[in-house]
Design a protein around this ligand. Structure first.
Ligand SMILES: NC(=O)c1ccc[n+]([C@@H]2O[C@H](COP(=O)([O-])OP(=O)(O)OC[C@H]3O[C@@H](n4cnc5c(N)ncnc54)[C@H](OP(=O)(O)O)[C@@H]3O)[C@@H](O)[C@H]2O)c1
Length: 336
């Protein structure tokens, strides 16, 4: 079988296609024939050695997000059966409840080998069934971007009907955030560097858009769109460079879900105090959250928004496409 491995150089151009022996499942393990994978911004950081402080990990199989079909199960496997359509969970051992340090050590395509391979062995606990109405390409969008947006808006400080959610940019996490906010009956304000992307986001259900390039003071626009009150939730994918403006966009006592690291900057903590904002750090989510999300996706008939699908042979182009940031939603690789 074929898989991709990370190069020493930390350059996308040097990602290597290798042939290895197809693995066989041991007790409790499941062999999945991968049909599709999707890229996250994190995967660019992993390739270039900017993720988690450990530098490049040569030889690592990249990508956390993939979906496929169960083709063989080991002894004592009861959670899935041959023929099931499944996706792997981002942290293979975070099943339910609160996150713990030990969960970081099982993150696919980072701490351990990922899913950019024709076949992948999973522990049975690290899989969920795909919602029936989704294709493999759509299912492959869920494990990181989908579950992260779900965790932000539907767990500890959930969004409610009539509330307003602010989404930053139109990448994978933010577009899932748009879909989940709408499903919860909330109003959506979204920012983007592109008017075309804002128009597309409105077609997808956003109520208002702000171009953050044209309006560097975008927090003033957000406040104006909420009659000066501020939004109830921010899905904060920007990081330090956008956080001060995100807090200024939030109502007193609102929630800022800290997710991303796209920008650099500094933050004055008194902003948080004055807004009495609640900042929540989020690192994807548990299998229990993934399963709850899938039930909601099935109930509402939500389909992940795919920008473009590349073939397995075009994997390097898929990475370059994500790096170019011209996408809206998810970038997918069809594996087989
Ligand atoms: N903590 C977690 O568990 C977790 C999970 C998933 C992702 N993340 C992080 O969340 C971030 C987004 O990930 P992703 O996979 O959704 O990325 P992505 O699909 O590559 O999307 C990135 C988008 O962010 C927007 N953006 C860039 N700079 C911005 C700025 N200054 N202000 C507002 N928007 C800006 C751009 O949207 P426009 O083109 O519309 O301007 C860009 O297309 C990354 O930092 C990633 O590492 C964290």
């Amino acid at each position: 079988m074929r898989l991709y491995r990370l190069p020493k150089s930390g350059a996308i151009e040097d990602l290597t296609l290798a042939e290895v022996e197809q693995p066989r499942p041991a007790r409790g393990q499941v062999l999945v024939r991968m049909r599709a994978a999707s890229l996250n911004y994190r995967d660019l950081m992993v390739v270039t050695g900017r993720y988690g402080g450990g530098g490049v990990k040569p030889g690592l199989v990249p990508l956390s997000d993939g979906a496929g079909e169960v083709v063989e199960v080991g002894a004592d496997v009861s959670r899935v059966a041959v023929g099931d359509r499944v996706a792997g969970t981002f942290m293979q051992n975070w099943i339910a409840g609160g996150v713990a340090e030990e969960h970081n050590g099982t993150a696919l395509g980072g701490a351990v080998d990922g899913v950019l391979a024709e076949y992948v062995l999973f522990e049975q606990d690290g899989l969920v069934r795909l919602p029936e109405h989704l294709s493999f390409e759509e299912g492959a969008c869920l494990p990181c971007a989908g579950v992260t947006a779900w965790n932000a808006l539907n767990t500890e400080r959930p969004v409610g009907p009539g509330q307003t959610v602010l989404l930053l940019g139109t990448g994978g996490v933010s577009i899932f955030g748009l879909q989940f906010a709408r499903a919860a009956g909330a109003r959506v304000i979204i920012t983007s560097s592109s008017d075309e992307k804002l128009a597309r986001a409105k077609e997808l259900g956003a109520d208002a858009g702000v171009n953050y390039r044209a309006h560097p003071d975008w927090e003033a626009q957000v406040l104006a769109l909420t009659d000066g009150r501020g939004v109830d939730h921010v899905v904060e994918v920007g990081g330090a460079g956008t956080l001060p403006k995100s807090i200024l966009s939030t109502r007193v006592g609102g929630s800022v879900h800290l997710i991303g690291v796209l920008t650099q900057g500094q933050i004055n903590p008194s902003l948080i105090m004055r807004r009495r904002a609640v900042l929540r750090g989020i690192y994807v989510g548990s299998r229990e959250m993934f399963e709850a999300m899938n039930r909601a996706i099935a109930f509402h008939g939500i389909r992940p928004v795919i920008d473009r699908v590349f073939s397995f042979a075009e994997t390097l182009d898929a990475f370059r496409h994500l790096q170019g940031q011209s996408h809206l939603g998810k970038v997918v690789i069809r594996i087989g």
